[in-house]
Design a protein around this ligand. Sequence first.
Ligand code: KG4
Ligand code: ZN
Length: 396
Amino acid sequence: MKILAIETSCDETAIAILNAEGDISEHRFTILADTLQSQTKLHAEYGGVFPALAKREHAKNLVPLLELALNQAQMNTECVKCDLVHKAVLEEMLSREPEMFTQLVTFLETHEKPAIDAIAVTHGPGLEPALWVGVNFAKALSKIWNIPVIPINHMEGHIVASLLSEETRLPDGQVRLGTVHFPALALLISGGHTELVLIKDWMNYELVGSTRDDAVGEAFDKVARTLGLSYPGGPEISRLAIEARTRNEKSPYSLPRPMINSGDCDFSFSGLKTAVLYQVRDIGSLSEEQKQEFAQEFEDAVVEILLKKTQKAIEDHQVNTLIIGGGVSANTEIRKAFKSLFENEYPNKLLYIPETKLSTDNALMIAIAGFLRSNAGRPTPGVEQLDFRAEGNLKL
Ligand code: KG4
Ligand code: ZN
């Protein structure tokens, strides 16, 4: 089946097309298209993601990205004047996005229906106004092309993205997911989430730990702002910490490891973020070297907390596979720490960390989750009626 996937949960607009053959146990994927339009530079001016701007940009970008994706997949067949039935329905469905409606009508009137079998779309969690743009776009295409929509949880996307790796690329250019030995555990670390999720079987989840305040990515972004770095702060902190580590010295600063000995699998990052703020305020203006030393100590604190809590969950639940997902998993130090933990402590367990380009938001992960959902017989209720909603706080 050919799946068109749409992702608009935050500040990346992305569309992918995946050809998936077989079932979950015997699947093979061909990535036909993988497109992304990042808005991070636009949001950097505001020091974070500005929801109204994200919504407007998604609405502007989706039709051009659809065209680009179909071109990449060589599925873009133009026609002089295609028959656009249901134009009035489309107008009603996209009444909140008039610009996208106009672009889409022009597109549909000049392009034949592509050989797509289903649409997968992120419907949460994320910024609700941003999510709605993708959801309405998916519903409109579903109506016009008469194909089903599979609503996808963005975090499920991050989980499956980690299962794609260089090792799972097949010689003919096709790819498959890495093997998972259940029960598995997902450590989800992104701008909005810090969660430990027990995965008993495909798409069968239980939350076993989560942050009580800030998400770890949020802490990276806020600490970066305190250090005078640009948004998104994670990569900036990572860059400074790498510089500091070349000197092979311990950071002169000392930051707390909140809740590290709380005896459960929950996290707290707000105290860590505030500790940086107070120490920096006491110093006044920081030299480049001091910024690097703060970045190093902050990263060390995060790594220690993530390792300790994840290890507890692995042992409490007798987990056989750890899957790390979300934007923060792009962090070099975190990747190194988990690889070394598994080499030393758990040589018989499986560890999956996403390729760096698949760590952050993309639509390929949504397409794969769409394939798994449609194959596991676990589609989300309400799909046929297209009555599902964008849900900012959607849980796994
Ligand atoms: O998953 P993602 O792309 O979007 C959300 O769903 O939130 O994650 C974005 C987060 C941001 O907080 C960003 O600062 C962080 O991931 N991030 C990093 C790195 N690259 C991105 N954090 C630490 N180190 C990195 N190299
Ligand atoms: Zn994400």
